[in-house]
Structures are given as structure tokens and as C-alpha cells.
Design a binder for this molecule. Structure first.
Ligand code: GRF
Length: 230
């Protein structure tokens, strides 16, 4: 069935949901997606309160002690009931069941707070990521938006933005600097992927145009030049 504008989006979140908020707050005159559902695995997730404030339907789908088949079935039923075309993972800590990945192939995005493929995979979430970056001595970090496949943090990369690591950083200060950029990057990467899907094409890397430099200046993440950017 052909996709129609705006695509119905679900956001999956386990935590506070600041990326959910950035997606909810993203305004365009001609939206290619609209959030109609928030899914969490945790009753107390701050993301659920944000959904309620925004008047968006929210479902808790508990994962504990449940197999991937049962979980996948419940998710697909819920997603179908809300006409969901695309899924944005925003701090969702569980693996998406294979049946959902298969049904939404190339239509699930995730944001990760480091430059994948480094510092990703099972167990690499939250402060674990930023601690590992600091321990490695890396001088650059930054968020990655990627398509989701059957493994944690492995699918094709859609967008990345380099954020400097300072010698004085703690995991918390680095997390904060990266998070500011996540909030700018994720909605734009979602636009890019959804527009591509609406054209009937397969999503690829997002062109990082000059105006992106203006966007990140003032976030504490100094504008960076990307390789090949002159
Ligand atoms: C973000 O750092 C995101 O990159 C990671 O989980 C965190 C979620 O934060 N996947 P929030 O709940 O959106 O504030």
C-alpha cells in the first residue's frame, strides 16, 4: 500500500523523553510525519507524561518475562491500531522484536549518543556510552541516527554530527552537550527519512547542508566541519 503524507509516527521511549519532546516540538509547514502514538516499556517513564501533555495516545507494553514473539504480536497490533507507518526510537532500551523490524523494515529510526559504529551495541546506553568515550581518549563524540535492524545500534547510518570532547568533561557534561545536538538532529533526520519514504525510495544518508552549522552554533557544540566539506 502506498504511503501518504503525513506518515503516522510512533515514538518508543523508556526514559525522560527529551528527544520525544524535540520531535513533538518540531514544526514544519508541510509535515512529512506526525506523532500519533507513544510506546514505553516502563509505567513511570517521563515520556508518558510528555505524551499526555501533548494529547498523544500512549501505551505501556511491558517486556519483562515475555518472549519476542508475544511482544512482537502485541506491538504490531498496537501499531496497526494507530495507523503507524514509521517508528522513532528515542531512548528505548529494549531490542525491537524481529517481527516488528521485519514489518517496518527501513521505517524504524534510532538515535544513539555516540558516533557509531564506535561505542554501540548491547549495554552501551546512557552514561555507559559517555564513560566509554571519555575512557578511550576520543576528542570527538556526537549523536548518530540510524535505521534499526535486528541488532542493537547496527543498522545503516542516516546522520551523524561531531561534537567536541573537552579535557575537563565528565560523562554528565559530555552527555548534555551531545543531547543538545540530538534534539536538533533527530527531527531533521526524521524529515529526511520520511520524505524519502514518501517518494517511494529507500532511505539513505542525510545531506548535511551548510545551514546545519548555524543550527548547532550556540548549543555549546562548536560548529564542526565535516569531512569533504571544504
Ligand atoms: C539519548 O541520549 C539517546 O541518544 C539515547 O537515549 C537517550 C534518551 O534521552 N538513545 P531522552 O529520554 O530522549 O531524554
Amino acid at each position: 500500500m502506498a504511503l501518504t503524507r503525513p506518515l503516522g509516527a510512533a515514538v518508543f521511549a523508556s526514559g525522560g523523553g527529551s528527544n520525544l519532546q524535540a520531535l513533538l516540538d518540531h514544526e514544519t509547514t508541510d509535515p512529512s510525519w506526525r506523532i500519533g502514538l507513544v510506546v514505553s516499556d516502563r509505567e513511570g517513564a517521563g515520556a508518558l507524561a510528555r505524551a499526555a501533555d501533548a494529547g498523544v495516545a500512549a501505551h505501556v507494553i511491558a517486556t519483562k518475562g515475555r518472549g519476542a514473539d508475544e511482544l512482537g504480536g502485541e506491538m504490531l497490533e498496537t501499531l496497526g491500531g494507530h495507523a503507524v507507518d514509521v517508528i522513532f526510537l528515542a531512548g528505548y532500551l529494549k531490542l525491537v522484536p524481529p517481527a516488528v523490524v521485519a514489518a517496518y523494515r527501513n521505517r524504524i529510526l534510532n538515535i544513539h549518543p555516540a558516533l557509531l559504529p564506535a561505542f554501540g551495541g548491547k549495554g552501551m546506553w546512557g552514561m555507559h556510552v559517555h564513560r566509554a568515550v571519555l575512557a578511550s581518549g576520543a576528542t570527538l563524540s556526537g549523536p548518530t541516527v540510524h535505521l534499526v535492524d535486528e541488532e542493537y545500534d547496527r543498522g545503516p547510518i542516516v546522520a551523524q554530527w561531531p561534537v567536541p570532547v573537552h579535557g575537563t568533561d565528565t560523562p554528565e557534561t559530555l552527555a548534555q552537550r551531545v543531547l543538545q545536538v540530538e534534539h536538533l538532529l533527530y527531527p531533521r533526520a526524521a524529515d529526511h527519512v520520511c520524505r524519502t519514504l514518501l517518494e517511494g525510495a529507500r532511505p539513505g544518508p542525510m545531506p548535511m547542508a551548510g545551514d546545519y552549522f548555524a543550527l548547532v552554533s550556540g548549543t555549546g557544540a562548536a560548529p564542526q566541519r565535516l569531512p569533504g566539506d571544504g
